[in-house]
Design a protein around this ligand. Sequence first.
Ligand code: SF4
Length: 231
Amino acid sequence: MSIVGYLLKEIERIKGNLLPSYGWMPSEPSSPRWWGGFETEEEIAIAAVLVQLTTWNNVDRTVASLRREGLTELSRLMEYDIDRLAEKIRGVGFAVEKARRIVKLAEISKGDLDGLCSSQDARERLLGVRGIGRETADTILLFACNRLVFPASRLGVRVLSRVGVEVHGGYEVWRRTIEEGLPPSLYDYKLMHAGLVTIAKVYCKRSKPRCRDCPLSRLCAYARRASRSRA
Ligand code: SF4
């Protein structure tokens, strides 16, 4: 079995104990519930914009409040007043910029996320929204559009490279390398992303990783080296 295969197996084993505390709800492959139990794909797309540079709790609260006002439907957000929306999402920081991105997202989808998701150039259209970068676009493609695209986050790449997966180059090379190592399964793509991001935040910190507590330590090259150098 490849190292990515072992990783997937390990993340599958620990998912119930670790992931829900950090906002991930492993579910049916195409369910929107992966993201904190959200109810629709449009909520995920909006949350993917809101989550930039803020905490999950802020996003969760803000999406719930938008939902109560019926503002998690892109069709209602087209041409919505940016300042008004910014006021409603101010808890997530950078509210005006994020409001502008959400309204633009609604506009490029013409209020129809399914239509955007199924278009050939969905990724390019998402990247055309100022402030939506590759990781956010790929997160929307995977979790809201249910397309086999892996968001190659820096957090995930840090875990993979420490464990021993050769990940070189920049974002697009990382993404292709990870996609080539994964089975073509929506469930596995989502589980891998959720698992890597969570492990990076909880254990695999940039400096001083907590290898002794990390569930991946048995198969991690970095942890083995660290343990040898302590011996
Ligand atoms: S064992 Fe250590 S280096 Fe390896 S993934 Fe876990 S925290 Fe990171």
